[in-house]
Design a protein around this ligand. Structure first.
Ligand SMILES: [Zn+2]
Length: 386
């Protein structure tokens, strides 16, 4: 069993104590002003009334905003430069002459965001010192011994502020005890593994839907937002626990290529979004990468219909048959759980080329393993039966 140590970056997310909110809110408005200035200036340079158009870089914007700190009470030149850098990156990424404005007031208000460089945030006894202001955070012990390069303060929809710090951490590469697993994504069970393990769709949103509606009827907007956040956190927690368990247990992880983006546009949208497939896939990808696992997206056509014992297409098919939970194969007489059977077929889908339409996630190619020989054995058994 070889084990190895690797460095990876994890983001610490610490809640800021309430006494700092007023200051952060005021600073966020100044950040919006810098962003909007950069947006206006670079748009004007890209589409001038006369002369050559120019595509301003972060360096050009830094020169244009030099000395602007005099106009601001809260943020310093480091933050202004970080805003410019972020603006230039996003503009290059989206290939647009003008990005959206950051709005400081009203119902379309942008969520607060204050980026900074490492030197700006310092430890100061029990508190942190940022741009001349002492801020305190919850779970301060997590910052012990942490080294950060940059980070930001970010606001969520409820209005709470969070300190986000990307911190380098050590992880141990290890070899998992079991070889391959296939995961079938579904609506009743969010996931079913080929070994029969299931994560029930928690209906995180539906269980408190009534409460949210009641809060909205009484015009308690803040309470409604709080409940939405609760649902999101419950879902995230369940998915994190499940993906951690899978990554610790299996070396090769295969997932069906269901496109949650496409299904979210149908009438099943609420269930699909509540199930959180996209989030689970992303978690398996990054946790798998950190632990040295192989995460594969495979074609999931016919995985529900195929019998995992005899490879005959005898399973339920079509929209009418979505209610079928267990079925008996008419060819070999084995009783199957619908989703576990699909998971088994995904596990043995080694020979099929990895699908390219699986939710825009990067592909990691698996080394050949036992799976291909399993598939061969399956098909020869099928030939013998025919
Ligand atoms: Zn069968």
């Amino acid at each position: 069993m070889a084990s190895d140590i690797q460095h990876c970056v994890q983001t610490l997310r610490l809640k800021v104590k309430r006494e700092g909110y007023a200051w952060l809110n005021a600073a966020a408005i100044e950040v919006n002003q810098v962003w909007n200035f950069s947006n206006a200036a670079s748009y004007k340079a890209a589409r001038p009334f006369s002369g050559q158009p120019r595509w301003l870089s972060a360096f050009d914007l830094d020169k244009l905003t030099a000395g602007a700190t005099e106009c601001f009470d809260h943020i310093g030149s480091d933050t202004i430069q970080r805003v410019n850098a972020e603006f230039a990156t996003r503009r290059r990424q989206f290939k647009k002459a003008k990005l959206r404005w950051r709005v400081s007031q009203g119902p379309k208000r942008s969520l607060g965001w204050i980026p900074f460089k490492a030197v700006q945030l310092k430890r100061n006894g029990k508190s942190l010192r940022f741009a001349g202001k002492a801020l305190r955070v919850f779970e301060r012990a997590l910052l012990e011994g942490a080294v950060w390069k940059s980070g930001c303060f970010a606001q969520d929809s409820v209005g709470d502020w969070w300190l986000c710090l990307p911190v380098a951490q050590q992880v141990v590469l290890s070899v998992a005890p079991q070889e391959v697993v296939g995961l079938d994504l579904g609506l009743r069970e969010t996931v079913a593994t080929s070994d029969g393990d299931k994560l029930e769709a928690g209906h995180f949103y539906r269980s408190i839907e009534g409460k949210i509606a009641a809060a909205q009827r009484r015009a308690h907007q803040r309470q409604a937002k709080r409940l939405h956040r609760t649902a999101a956190r419950r879902r995230k927690d369940a998915l994190h626990k499940f993906s951690r368990k899978i990554v610790n247990q299996y070396q090769t992880i295969k997932i069906g290529d269901v496109s949650s983006l496409k299904l979210a546009k149908t009438r099943m949208a609420k269930s699909v979004l509540d199930a959180g497939w996209g989030m689970l896939k992303a978690q398996l990808q990054y946790k798998g990468q950190q632990a040295g696992r192989c995460v594969l997206i495979v074609d999931e056509r016919n995985t529900t219909r195929t019998c995992s014992s005899c490879w005959a297409l005898t399973g339920p098919t079509g929209l009418d048959m979505l209610v079928v939970k267990t079925w008996v194969c008419s060819a070999c007489g084995v009783t199957h759980d619908r989703n576990v059977n699909a998971g088994r077929n995904i596990r043995s889908a080694g020979r099929c080329p990895p699908s390219v339409c699986g939710n825009e996630l990067p592909l990691i190619v698996a080394p050949p393993s036992q799976t291909s020989s399993r598939c061969e054995a399956g098909t020869s058994a099928l030939k013998a039966a025919a």
